[in-house]
Design a protein around this ligand. Structure first.
Ligand code: PEP
Ligand code: MG
Length: 976
């Protein structure tokens, strides 16, 4: 074997396998490498092992029993099926806010409003239990329901003085879905039900308005055909277009009664043609079919997608509300609208919403017609506006929350059709919660419970950097705050495909419908050319915490050509754009983003959260900048500093590569000496940024070949050089590099020479890192900076590894302290990320002052799923098929991984009762996992800086939930 040294200039950039700094997923990064100095010696000169014999194997006598699995937390089980349904319908007078699970949010709200005397049209609700039974029976209505519904209709007839199917004053109803939580637009609704040829004629006579009656009828036929009979809307739209063109009018609102009447006949002919059946004239059959359709819509693709995204269980089912129709399209003194009692984007206290004169509710919600601001109503019908204002105040006072009200004005009489707690942006949620505490509507505890931890993450995300506001393409409505950049896509499926390729997109549509939801989930942001602040796109985006700009009317979208044009510019699919949902502006290109800041209200809420939570919240940060950000967001320490990210920096990589390619410990040490001052500077920066707080620094973790060029790329290069018979020195350099890369190549690198095994095999690397940490700490100590370093050894699986590396760290740390003449206290601990470490945690704890769960690796190893591949491969299928309820790399698998964590904790604490235990895997910022960590009894969670506020809030909510459950339990005991 030659030991001659060779030096080589490599001009082309290397392709290096690196990892996503957050997920540690591997991706390919091009890194320019100028000089690689390689030394060659015997391959076995690589190993400079430690003597391990003096520590025996784990003592079998001390092996502890496996704790019994305990009940998982926060999993509400599916309730057992009731054999007897009991009461299946409730009139609005019988309902109320507390019956949301049974009557759905809408039904409970209508009941409550009726109870407090608001003008609600009479109606009744079929319970969500009936929906569950409907599916159990193979999509059949349970026995007795039709009779009960008949009785309710008779009641309605009595209350309204109208008759269902009657030929004098016919009762028309709407049939509306309503689950226990709002799922805007995800399920179906049928309006104007009860119309047939006879009742329509009656309506003509009664209202003396044939145009209104036939318009209502043709709308009903189309809605019934598309919602209940499953027909496509296009054939109906074709007919409508033809009538508009024939009449040479601008829109359908200018068509005559005769036109609507003829259209109705054509619509019915379409129904006959497509379904081979006549349109049902019997109003009770219409009602039964509509109820079935609404139940069925619970399991429509879009509803399932929405539930999956929102983590709502499938078993809930939807209630159905049958409500007396009131008409907003009976002339200029009629109309319909949606109003929020506060601004749902900012939280500002003012009536906010939109109104359409002479229109039905669906026109507003679907975004098909662009409504005017609610302030217009004040000009048009000041009395009604005042009444709406009073009603809004009454509702807020009653519910102690911001309300979203759907209203209709029928011939100058105001009706409320729905009220629910209004969806709001995360920014608005915070503002409203803080304001309502000030207004004494709610307590601090209630304020904390009002904010969805997962949603506030969006607030902490970047906004467009003020300095880089690019050229404005178009402006629309600022429907959902935050900024997003990505390539324009015009099709929701395309957004999903791009997401799979890890590419960011902005979904551009004229308007969105519930069928687009999967694309909205996949895209970074949403841009529409139509619709207002309460359109589907706006409401859904706000709920998802996604930036959205809607109603950018200057855009001309051509869905077929997959492009839009505006002011002579054309944006094609694949072109980069940036949207700012806070201002409603759309820019060309991908604009740089600036970090978000906490508002004073947000700070208040988080401070209140700190008063309740028990769990510490630390951050994962690798640079002084991240550490500072983490501290600003309230981190109480650094729970994980991944030192390999420092190795990846452009100026260091060549030295790191040289160090890896070195074939003797001496030559390796020389490279490490070059790295030492750089690492020391990093640690100084972080320790200084976190002064007074603990900083957990993990020694090198990833497989070394991740810092080297890709073996397959090198192979291609060498082959090409060989074929081209190029400069032989270049060839020999590449061949030598390839040989070394091959030596380091592993089939299963995540199970190979990585984590603490690196420290055992190359102790000089860990020695250098410990030296850098302790020199930084002692220097800062001399500058009177309070430093609290914790040195963390990754991936320990045996007590021998732990003991050997503890000895190494202690020896080096003490040497530095002695040389510096300054005392610095430090701790040595380990990550718990190997299943074996959990089993022998009681032995490992003899040498570890703290444990930190590396749940990324622990999940990988407990499940046997590759963390690099599983999420891009079978996990989506597993979720789809419900083999897994959640992605275990995002939410802790409480039954499996969680039990290993419990075992390690219990065993560790038997040896060292005060051992500090935390988590630093990505799960540390996931609200459900935070709750689990609290219940398990950990000391802290550590997550990315942006998720620190999320974790603070989630930890406080866990305590508040516990207290609520305790007091509910106490109440129950009292009653018993
Ligand atoms: C872990 O495994 O959970 C962890 C934090 O370490 P890494 O992701 O760097 O392997
Ligand atoms: Mg790990």
């Amino acid at each position: 074997m030659s030991s001659a040294k060779t030096k080589k200039i490599i001009k082309k950039p290397f392709t290096v396998r690196t990892k996503d700094p957050i997920k540690r997923k591997r991706h390919i990064a091009k890194v320019k490498v100028k000089v690689v100095k390689a030394e060659k010696t015997k391959p076995d000169g690589l190993v400079d092992g430690l003597v391990l014999a003096e520590i025996g194997p784990e003592d079998p006598v001390r092996r502890l029993p496996l704790p019994l699995p305990r009940k998982a937390v926060s999993r509400k089980p599916e309730p057992p099926t009731k054999l007897h349904l009991g009461k299946m319908t409730y009139s609005f007078e019988e309902g109320g806010a507390e019956m949301r699970d049974l009557l759905g949010g809408k039904g409970a709200g209508l009941g409550e409003m009726t109870r407090i005397g608001l003008p609600v049209p009479p109606g009744f609700t079929i319970t969500a239990e009936v929906c569950r039974r409907f599916f159990e029976l193979g999509r059949q209505l349970p026995n007795g329901l039709e009779e009960e519904v008949h009785r309710r209709i008779v009641e309605l007839e009595r209350k309204t003085g109208k008759e269902f199917g009657g030929e004098v004053d016919p009762l028309l109803v709407s049939v509306r879905s309503g689950a226990r939580v709002s799922m805007p637009g995800m399920m179906d609704t049928v309006l104007n039900l009860g119309l047939n040829n006879r009742t329509c004629n009656a309506l003509v006579v009664l209202t003396k308005n044939d145009r209104f009656a036939w318009d209502a009828y043709r709308r009903f036929v189309q809605m019934f055909a598309t919602v209940v009979l499953g027909m496509k809307k296009e054939p109906f739209e074709e007919v409508l277009k033809r009538y508009v063109a024939k009449a040479r009018v601008a829109s359908e609102s200018d068509l005559t009664a005769l036109a609507f009447r003829n259209m109705t006949s054509e619509y019915k002919a379409l129904v006959r043609h497509y379904t081979k059946k006549d349109f049902p004239e019997d109003v009770f059959i219409q009602l039964r079919m509509a109820v079935e359709a609404v139940f069925n819509s619970w399991n429509s693709r879009r509803a399932i997608e929405y539930r999956k995204h929102a983590h709502y269980p499938d078993w809930w089912g939807t209630a159905v509300n049958v409500v007396t129709m009131v008409f907003g399209n009976m002339g200029p003194d009629s109309g319909t609208g949606v109003a929020f009692t506060r601004d749902p984007s900012t939280g500002q206290r003012k009536l906010y919403g939109e109104y359409l004169q002479n229109a039905q509710g669906e026109d507003v919600v679907s975004g098909a017609r662009t409504p005017v601001k609610i302030a217009e109503l004040e000009k048009q019908q000041p009395k009604i506006y005042k009444q709406l204002h009073e009603l809004a105040d009454k509702l807020e006072k009653h519910y102690h929350d911001m309300q979203d009200i759907e209203f209709t004005i029928e011939r100058a009489k105001l009706y409320v059709l729905q009220c629910r707690s209004g969806k709001r942006s995360a920014a608005a949620a915070i503002q409203i919660a803080a304001d309502m505490v000030k207004e004494k509507y709610i307590t601090r505890e209630e304020a904390l419970m009002r904010i969805e931890p997962a949603a506030i993450g969006a607030l902490l995300h970047a906004q467009i950097d003020e300095k880089h506001r690019g050229s404005v393409l178009v402006r629309g409505l600022n429907a959902s705050p935050g900024a997003a950049a990505g390539i324009a896509v015009f099709d929701p499926d395309r957004a999903v495909d791009l997401k799979r390729e890890d590419k960011k997109s902005i979904l551009v549509r004229p308007m969105t419908t519930p069928d687009d939801v999967h694309g909205m989930i996949a895209a970074e942001g949403i841009l529409t050319s139509q619709g207002g602040a309460t359109s589907h796109a706006a409401v859904v985006a706000r709920g998802m915490g996604k930036p959205a700009v809607v109603g950018a009317e200057a855009m001309l979208i051509d869905l077929r050509a997959r492009q839009f044009s505006v002011k002579g510019e054309t944006i094609k699919e694949g072109d980069p754009i940036t949207i700012d949902g806070t201002t409603g502006t759309v820019y060309r290109g991908l604009l740089p983003m600036a970090a978000a800041k906490l508002t004073p209200q947000f700070e208040h809420i988080l401070k209140w959260a700190d008063e309740y939570r028990r769990l510490g919240v630390y951050a994962n940060a690798d640079t002084p900048e991240d550490a500072k950000k983490a501290r600003d967001f309230g981190a109480e320490g650094i729970g994980l500093c991944r030192t390999e990210h420092m190795f990846m920096q452009q100026d260091r990589l060549p030295v790191v590569q040289e160090m890896i390619l070195a074939e003797t410990p001496d030559s390796r040490r020389k490279c490490l000496e070059q790295l030492l001052p750089m690492q020391r500077e990093d640690f100084r920066g972080i320790l200084r940024a976190m002064k007074g707080l603990p900083v957990t620094i993990r020694l090198l973790d990833p497989p070394l070949h991740e810092f080297l060029p890709n073996m397959y790329d090198l192979l291609v290069e060498v082959t090409e050089l060989r074929l081209s018979k190029a400069d032989s020195s270049e060839l020999s350099g590449k061949e030598r590099l390839l040989r070394r890369v091959r030596q380091l190549h592993e089939e299963n690198p995540m199970l190979g020479l990585r984590v603490c095994r690196l420290g055992i095999v190359f102790p000089e690397i860990y020695q250098m890192q410990v030296r850098a940490i302790m020199e930084a700490a002692t220097e800062l100590k001399k500058e009177r900076v309070d430093v609290k370093p914790l040195i963390m050894i990754p991936g320990v699986g045996t007590v021998t590894e732990m003991k050997a590396l503890r000895d190494l760290v202690t020896a080096e740390a003490e040497r530095i302290i002695k040389a510096a003449g300054t005392k610095v206290t430090y701790q040595i601990g380990t990550m718990i990320e190997m299943p074996r470490a959990c089993m022998v945690a009681h032995r490992i704890a003899e040498y570890a002052e703290f444990f930190s769960y590396g749940t990324n690796d622990l999940t990988q190893l407990v499940f046997g799923y590759s963390r690099d591949d599983a999420e891009g491969s079978f996990i989506p299928v597993y979720l789809e098929k419900k083999i897994l309820r959640e992605d275990p790399f995002q939410v802790i698998d409480q039954d499996g991984v969680g039990e290993f964590m419990r075992m390690a904790m219990d065993r560790g604490r038997t040896t060292r009762p005060d051992i500090k235990i935390g988590i630093c895997g990505e799960h540390g910022g996931d609200p459900t996992s935070v709750e689990f960590c609290h219940k398990l009894g950990l000391d802290y969670v550590s997550c990315s800086p942006f998720r620190v506020p999320v974790a603070r809030l989630a930890a406080a909510q866990t305590v508040l939930n516990e207290r609520a459950a305790e007091s509910a339990g106490e109440k129950k005991v009292d009653q018993d």
